[in-house]
Design a protein around this ligand. Sequence first.
Ligand SMILES: NC(=O)c1ccc[n+]([C@@H]2O[C@H](COP(=O)([O-])OP(=O)(O)OC[C@H]3O[C@@H](n4cnc5c(N)ncnc54)[C@H](OP(=O)(O)O)[C@@H]3O)[C@@H](O)[C@H]2O)c1
Length: 214
Amino acid sequence: MKLIIDGSTGFVGTEIVRQALSHPGITSVVGLARRPTLMPHDEGPGMDIRKLKLISVTITRARSVSQEKAREICLDYTMTGLDTISQLSRGSASKPFRFIYTSGAKSERDPGKSPWFMSDYLLLRGEVETRVLNYAKEFGGAVESCVAKPKLVDGETGPIIRALQTVGCYIINMPRVEVSDLAAALLQQVVEGFDSDTLLNEDLIRIGQKSLAD
Ligand SMILES: NC(=O)c1ccc[n+]([C@@H]2O[C@H](COP(=O)([O-])OP(=O)(O)OC[C@H]3O[C@@H](n4cnc5c(N)ncnc54)[C@H](OP(=O)(O)O)[C@@H]3O)[C@@H](O)[C@H]2O)c1
């Protein structure tokens, strides 16, 4: 299977690239990013760096964005990417194009609701989730889509940061998922097929831990 990772320079994207390079079911990895993607440093057995191709999509790097720009980045870029790749010819006997949109646990799909915190942004992300899922339904089987909704994603940090995160998560009642489990779950689902159209934090932990243990 060929894999395209949008945002391959990011925290989650970097771990997906790392795991994908040693995944036997993945034959090619294309990383889309606006700056150079770092090569994974901890090459394990079976990691094949030749699978990786990097494509730069833009040179701009805005730190803070208006709501209008956020809408363009979150919604327009996502739907344009999904639509563009869906239209590509993949041969007559090809498997469906599977698309996972990594959103967040707090995103809100119901436009009638108003989250108390970052309302516009969370509603925007929820709108993207709905559009991504509806897009696949309209495509009639050739495209399958899924939304992953992780809570706080944990990676390797120092003991002080980890302690602060633990306290912070406890206070706001925010469970976490390890970045390695999340990446493993996303890869397992995209290669084997989606268990459901929405993967919640507990699903991602369960699938990711099982996949890493197998
Ligand atoms: N980290 C968490 O705790 C967490 C929790 C829940 C959900 N999520 C979701 O998981 C996804 C990945 O998160 P992450 O932590 O890996 O984020 P991240 O480290 O900020 O990475 C985001 C990626 O998207 C790219 N990107 C951002 N804006 C862009 C733009 N305007 N044009 C082109 N590329 C752009 C970044 O490129 P640059 O490297 O050039 O900036 C980077 O590759 C996000 O959708 C996030 O909402 C994350």
